[in-house]
Ligand binder design. Structure first.
Ligand code: G3H
Ligand code: 13P
Ligand code: ZN
Length: 330
């Protein structure tokens, strides 16, 4: 049993309280490898932002769970070396069983998500409550989810959103004891959120998707005032990355993400954690493709992963400074 406290990590409780009160959101960036982790930490140290390092079960399978945990421990030291101690949370993304959550808690995670959103309501309540009871014995915070996002999640594709039902949230939060709640108000996982046909052009000619359901968010906030809310599926799908990928031999179909202004608006509410994974994947792929296309004789991985890491860092700094408002809050 390793406690996250020994590793220099923090749980999300205090961070969320400050974020809700301060009208900003903490970035939750997924990582699977060293370059992503370096970019996240250096961007957040440089912008003085607290950060949530997010590990999915797919990431655990890809990179090895033990290595990932040591990498997160290393990240705490790395941030110190860079000269500014930011609060770092190590969070399990989309935990799907009690055993997985327990395993993560026992190996040093400071926060876990138990995602029972696909289960019938009472089963979601029972599973979430069981995880909370174990997690709280170890001062680990827990994120639950109500409502189902459209899009791809661990290879499961949901065609349509099932928006969170505001009338369920008081019951769910009080019976489970969760510390934060992920909701479904129109975001979706993956890089393909909206087709251009689903969007309209604004006065500047930019394609804009249907707005998030801020009316549902407001109803939820009325029922559980100040309770920490989480938004998954919040990548904005920067069009310059899609264009670069396709310019250098990629074949991504047209896709529109969540506009940054809408995320900024959400961050000012009780939304205090915003999950971003796909934008990082696009940034990395664009940078690697560009090197491969322009320097075909290059074969040292540092020569293409290095530029990818730089591009990721720029992206993450932009998110903390211009989108979530977490810069300067560490
Ligand atoms: O919500 C899912 C995250 O983007 C993680 O994706 O399961 O492919 O690692 P993954
Ligand atoms: P994106 O696919 O929009 O980046 O969402 C990531 C996410 O919600 C991770 O849990
Ligand atoms: Zn998610």
């Amino acid at each position: 049993m390793v406690s996250y406290k020994e590793l220099g990590l923090v749980n999300s409780r205090e961070l969320f309280k400050k974020a809700v009160d301060g009208g900003y959101a903490i970035p939750a960036f997924n990582f699977n490898n060293m370059e992503q982790l370096q970019a996240i930490i250096s961007a957040c140290v440089e912008t003085k932002s607290p950060v949530i390092l997010q590990v999915s079960s797919g990431a655990r399978k890809y990179a090895n769970q033990t290595l990932l945990r040591y990498m997160a421990q290393g990240a705490v030291q790395y941030a110190k070396e860079l000269g500014y101690e930011i609060p770092i949370v190590l969070h399990l993304d989309h935990g799907d069983s009690f055993e997985l959550c327990k395993d993560c808690i026992n190996s040093g995670f400071s926060s876990v998500m138990i995602d029972g959103s696909h289960l019938p309501y009472e089963e979601n309540v029972a599973l979430t409550k069981k995880v909370v009871e174990y997690a709280h014995q170890h001062d680990v915070t827990v994120e639950g989810e109500l409502g189902v996002l459209a899009g791809i999640e661990d290879e499961v594709q949901a065609e349509h959103h099932t928006y969170t039902e505001p009338d369920d949230v008081v019951d769910f939060v009080s019976r489970t004891g969760v510390d934060s709640l992920a909701i479904s108000i129109g975001t979706s996982h993956g890089a393909f959120k909206f087709t251009p046909e689903q969007c309209t052009r604004n006065k500047d000619g930019v394609l804009v998707p249907p707005p998030l359901r801020f009316d549902i968010l407001e109803e939820i906030e009325k029922r559980i005032p100040g309770f920490p809310i989480v938004l998954h599926g919040s990548s904005s799908v920067p069009q310059q990355y899609v264009a670069t990928i396709n310019q250098y031999g990629g074949k991504l179909k047209d896709s529109i993400g969540i506009p940054e202004e809408q995320l900024r608006k959400a961050a000012k509410s009780a939304v205090c954690k915003i999950n971003i994974d796909s934008d990082g994947r696009l940034a990395m792929t664009a940078a690697v493709r560009e090197v491969f296309a322009n320097k075909p004789a290059e074969f040292d991985p540092r020569k293409y992963l290095g530029p990818a890491r730089e591009e990721l860092k720029k992206l993450y700094m932009h998110k903390t400074e211009k989108v979530l408002g977490s810069a300067g809050k560490a």
